[in-house]
Design a protein around this ligand. Structure first.
Ligand code: FMN
Length: 203
């Protein structure tokens, strides 16, 4: 089928996007309100937008019938957030923090996670995460219906056991990937070429 997105409802567009842009990494985002209330929530509309300086982007759904998502309201108040990487072992805790909890609920507490003080920013990080990136809000954008938060990484926290030959060992990190409502684990890692010539040279 060929689809012109102009004719799609929001739900239809969302369904095509989450099935086509896969697998997606998950930014398990911790933040804190000006009053000091901690928050934690996952976002898979997430990518790198700059290397020097290092910057990340998360895209947050517009507010519907309920108030603004706590993450965006906290980041607007305090100007910082931390992105924690979700290893397979933390999948259930991550999913639990995605449920709608009122702003006065501390998702660290209800998910049984350890809030650890960050080095530079006010938002805490997830003690159990093997990688956390402390971010300072650099820019907000709204090119479409989602709010984009661009954060500049001011600290990487990387578990020592992950480092081999100066690189991060993805096999040890075991990052969780988001599909269309489902998830995937990294259980096969390989280099290219797989073998054989590229399709264009095979004719
Ligand atoms: C794996 C996963 C990925 C998600 N990705 C997004 C996303 O990219 N953008 C978004 O707005 N919501 C996303 N959500 C939903 C939010 O996590 C959810 O609305 C959450 O309650 C927001 O929390 P907050 O109000 O504490 O900020 C995702 C949920 C899950 C489980």
């Amino acid at each position: 089928v060929i689809v012109d997105p102009d004719g799609l409802s929001v739900d239809q567009s969302y369904t095509l996007l989450i099935g086509s842009v896969v697998p997606r990494p998950i930014a398990w985002t911790s933040s804190i309100s000006a009053a000091g209330k901690r928050n934690l929530a996952p976002f898979s509309f997430f990518t790198v937008v700059s290397v020097a300086p290092p910057m990340l982007l998360i895209a947050i759904e517009p507010a519907s019938d309920r108030a603004m998502k706590d993450t965006i309201s906290n980041v607007r108040q305090t100007g910082n957030f931390a992105v924690n990487v979700v290893s397979l072992e933390l999948a259930d805790e991550m999913a639990f923090t995605s449920e709608e909890h009122s702003p006065d609920v501390d998702e660290f507490e209800i998910a049984g996670l350890t809030p650890v003080r960050s080095e530079v920013i006010a938002a805490p990080r997830v003690g159990e995460a093997l990688i956390t990136m402390e971010c300072v809000l650099e820019q907000t954008l709204k090119p479409g219906d989602y709010d984009l938060l661009i954060g500049r990484i001011v600290r990487f926290h990387i578990s020592d056991e992950l480092i081999s030959d100066g690189r991060i060992d993805i096999g040890k990190l075991r990052p969780l990937g988001r599909l269309a409502g489902t998830y995937t684990a990294v259980d096969r890692i390989f280099r290219l070429p797989l073998g054989g010539a590229p399709a264009s040279a095979r004719q």
